[in-house]
Design a binder for this molecule. Structure first.
Ligand code: SF4
Length: 468
């Protein structure tokens, strides 16, 4: 009998990348790659690469854990996912990380910007508006795990520190500032003022490349010196920092290993987050047919470009396993000791919050003994890792502090090309909108941001007509 060129694996709902109407989609395997096949009645057929590793893709489902939901939902489920975001009652994960955009404006005009920011775009939110947004997060979450003050570029907001003061008074477990680093690099006193918000405070620093030409393409400017100057200030202050790398195929994906190895040597750096470009907003110099990079692609490059992590060290994050992968390690004396390999996915089915307790795990215990036998003394007794970030494993490691943490995160925000309704319901990075909804990062940039909302309303109208 004739055969298809692929193995059929699954069925889901996706979006047409052009009109954003919801359409049927098949997931198929072909040549150890995973593709999504879909057909829009108006815009035709598309075949989209969604993973470069069939085994990893299949294994994602083993990392699902019971969904944690927010204390309240802000919208009802009516039009069908993803046209009800708010979060609607059908969503399957609370806000592990919530983004508060305190300004639309930025001191850069990056050719790659999902928020379309620039020095003159939109406006700053007032302090009252920001406080209202923070209160909405608290109402939804009780004690939000991570809140990220973002923009635009938040450090140019005239009331930036007043906003941080207010945020610090809220019951937020971990506060972050998402920045391009220009202000931190140019103004040491500004960095010192930031450091006063420690502990439970972190800088989420853009750090895309060491190559001037790649920075020019992504940021419209060679920011090499700015990035290094910012890091110098942050290192001096030991201000907890995550390096954030926006990844574009063929541009900076050859630097993944180099960036990790550099990050390990930085006193202030607690990890690196790799974010493949999401096709949304302003996206110049980008061809969706050739420039998209998948989560598994990034994972393979991490494993290929550095020997720090092995395959079982970079695993799906249980909150949102389609979009997030993590490698979690201890940093002791400039050396890295991977920990994620000790997570047993079998535990996840019953435990919503996975815990590694090294004293009770023989294998891990031996690993820790090996670490301590290196002669590195661990004499700081600060807060331990337990309860640090909800979507990451909780490690009970007395005597170690946040300074001893090093994590790799791959955060692949799906876009209209690889959109999967099954996966989006587990989205756990949300943006609090100007009108008080909590919207998944992915759908915000596709459907709900600024002028896009008019199109979303049109799609809702069409859905209403079908539902009647
Ligand atoms: S993505 Fe979540 S919040 Fe949005 S419509 Fe779907 S289930 Fe509802």
């Amino acid at each position: 009998m004739p055969e298809r060129p692929y193995t059929y694996y699954d069925f889901t709902l996706s979006l047409c990348p052009q009109c954003l109407r919801r359409i049927d989609a098949k997931i198929v395997f072909e040549n150890n790659h995973v593709f999504m096949l879909k057909n829009c009645p108006e815009h035709g057929f598309s075949k989209v690469l969604i993973a470069t590793d069939v085994e990893y893709y299949k294994n994602i489902r083993n990392y699902n854990k019971p969904s944690e939901i927010p204390l309240k939902f802000n919208t009802t489920t009516h039009y069908g996912c993803p046209y009800d975001c708010g979060l609607c009652a059908d969503h399957e994960q609370h806000s592990c990380l919530t983004v508060v955009e305190i300004t639309d404006r930025c001191n850069l005009t990056c050719p790659t910007c999902y928020a379309m920011s620039s020095p003159h775009y939109g406006r700053h939110r007032t302090v009252e508006e920001v406080e209202k947004m923070l209160d909405i997060i608290v109402a939804n979450e009780g004690q939000p795990d991570v809140v990220q003050i973002s923009g635009g570029e938040p450090t140019i907001h005239p009331d930036f520190f007043a906003i941080l003061d207010i945020a610090k008074q809220k019951p937020i477990k971990h506060l972050m500032v998402n920045t391009n680093g220009i202000r931190i690099a140019k103004d040491k006193a500004f960095a010192e003022r930031l450091a006063a918000y420690m502990p439970d405070f972190e800088v989420y620093l853009q750090f895309d490349s060491f190559k001037p030409e790649a920075l020019q393409t992504l940021r419209g400017k060679d920011l090499t010196d700015i990035r290094l100057q910012a890091l110098e200030h942050l290192n001096e202050l030991n201000l907890s920092t995550t390096l954030v790398v926006t990844l574009q195929k063929g541009l900076n994906d050859d630097e993944i290993g180099k960036i990790i190895e550099f990050a390990v040597q930085q006193r202030c750096v607690r990890g690196v987050t790799f974010q493949p470009v999401q096709i949304a907003g302003r996206l110049e110099h980008f061809n969706p047919a050739t420039d998209r990079i998948t989560l598994t692609d990034v994972r393979q490059k991490i494993l290929g470009q550095t020997s720090i992590f092995q395959a079982n060290d970079i695993i799906p994050v249980p909150c949102n396993p389609d979009a997030l992968a993590m490698g979690y390690a201890l940093k002791l004396g400039g050396q890295i000791f991977p920990m994620t390999r000790y997570i047993d996915p079998a535990h996840l089915l019953n435990n919503s919050r996975n815990t590694i307790v090294y004293e009770q795990d023989e294998q891990l215990h031996q690993h820790m003994l090996k670490i301590f036998s290196t002669g590195i003394s661990v004499d700081r007794v600060e807060s331990n890792f337990k309860e640090l970030l909800c979507c990451l494993p909780q490690i009970h490691a007395p005597g170690l502090s946040y300074d001893n943490l090093f994590r790799i995160i791959i955060m692949r925000f799906i876009d209209a090309w690889d959109f999967d309704v099954r996966a989006i319901k587990k989205s756990c990075v949300h943006i609090v909108s100007k009108d008080g909804r909590m919207i998944p990062f992915e759908t915000m940039n596709l459907l709900y941001r600024d002028e896009k909302e008019a199109h979303a309303k049109q799609l809702q109208k069409e859905r209403e007509a079908v539902l009647l």
